[in-house]
Design a protein around this ligand. Sequence first.
Ligand SMILES: [Zn+2]
Length: 131
Amino acid sequence: MSGEPVPGADEGYDEWADALAEDAYYLKCHNGHGLLPPRRVCPECGSRTLSEASLPIVGEIVTFSEVHVAPPDFEDDTPYVTAVADFGAVRLTGIVRGMETAEIEIGTSVEVDVRQNQTTGKRLVVFRPRE
Ligand SMILES: [Zn+2]
């Protein structure tokens, strides 16, 4: 699918992804809505009072699609599966590793991790099978 957001495209997001392996967190507004960097304003209520909350390690896949024609930054990674996983307060976009496409279903439990993009060596949010 074209028009899909590319994981790791923003600077604030990159910093957040760096922290993901060690200290996974998401941002929570004072009304309890979850959001991710680089956002600085809650899209639900407009709150700018954000605090960090710890991110559950295990999420559930809510949508996924196999990518055969990738943007240049992902050329060497194809084919791959991009997915959105629900971690309760927030949903993350990442790349599925360690599973065949046929094994991936809506509702599959995954753990979030950080790996390198095979094309650029940049960090990448990865979903892998729950152990
Ligand atoms: Zn809010």
